[in-house]
Write a protein that binds this ligand. Structure first.
Ligand code: SF4
Length: 263
């Protein structure tokens, strides 16, 4: 057996038959650990690399397990038929899959060995050296750009945006992958026409980028904060009305990109 099949990493979930995280029907592998702390995060159990206990429906649930590429591939391969029929494949998500460079690229490589299409959902918050380890094994990169103002970005996510914007440019310029920009649209953070237009204009300036996805804020992860005994910082903040989302979509389209609501 090849050495890369023995590489081990830490994940907290596997979701099959997803249609929202890249083209076609996909298996999503959720990596543990993230460098950001977005106030609206719907996967708070993803943020710490440590294995945690979360209360779920009155029971303790262990969040996080260490797995090898060799152990994951049979699960991924079960659905090759669906990937092939739908143009789907595997998507690494999280957390931030770029934070496990001794595992993520090997898993992607194994998928390619079996002819399985690969994608990553990423914050882009990683060194360029690490990103370069992933790119040769990726077909699609779905990258979040959350805000163009670094101070506001830091206030709501815990990190500045300079590295992210720089990496978006470098990934686009590399020409190695199909890059789509995604924007979580978050009330009180970036849900104005000015903020969305600024992001869309930046996305349109990236060579090869054709698509922009606006992802409306939702509260599906709220219960997990209770389960982790953490406060939900978005409490009392309303969802974005459909009418406003649609008008933000029209604003984003002025960038010339193909824009849609949802992933
Ligand atoms: S980047 Fe994603 S996983 Fe990380 S804290 Fe933000 S929303 Fe959560």
């Amino acid at each position: 057996m090849e050495d890369y099949m023995k590489a081990r990493g830490r994940i907290f979930d596997i979701q099959k038959y997803s249609i929202h995280d890249g083209p076609g029907i996909r298996t999503i592998i959720f990596f543990k650990g993230c460098a950001l702390r977005c106030r609206w995060c719907c996967n708070p159990e993803s943020q710490l690399f440590d294995i945690q206990t979360m209360m779920f429906e009155g029971k303790e649930k262990i969040m996080g397990q260490d797995v090898s590429v060799e152990e994951l591939m049979p699960i991924i391969k079960q659905d090759i038929f669906y990937y092939n029929r739908s143009g789907g494949g595997v998507t690494l998500s999280g957390g931030e899959a770029m934070l496990q460079p001794n595992f993520g690229p090997h898993l992607l490589r194994a998928c390619h060995e079996y002819g399985i299409n690969t994608a990553i959902e990423t914050t882009g918050f990683a060194s360029w050296e690490i990103i370069q380890k992933y790119l040769p094994h990726l077909d699609y990169v779905l990258m979040d750009i959350k805000h163009m103002n670094s101070q506001k970005h830091k206030e709501f996510t815990g990190q500045n945006n300079e590295l992210i914007l720089e990496n978006a440019k470098k990934i686009a310029q590399s020409g190695q992958v199909d890059l789509t920009i995604r924007v979580p649209v978050i009330p009180t953070f970036n849900d104005t026409h000015e903020e969305i237009y600024d992001i869309a204009r930046f996305a349109a300036s990236l060579p090869g980028v054709k698509h922009l996805h606006l992802l409306p804020y939702h509260r599906l992860g709220q219960g997990k904060y209770e389960g982790l005994d953490r406060p939900y910082l978005m409490d009392g903040i309303d969802l974005i009305p459909n009418k406003h989302m649609n008008s933000l979509l029209e604003t984003a389209k002025k960038s010339g990109l193909k824009c849609q609501i949802g992933g």
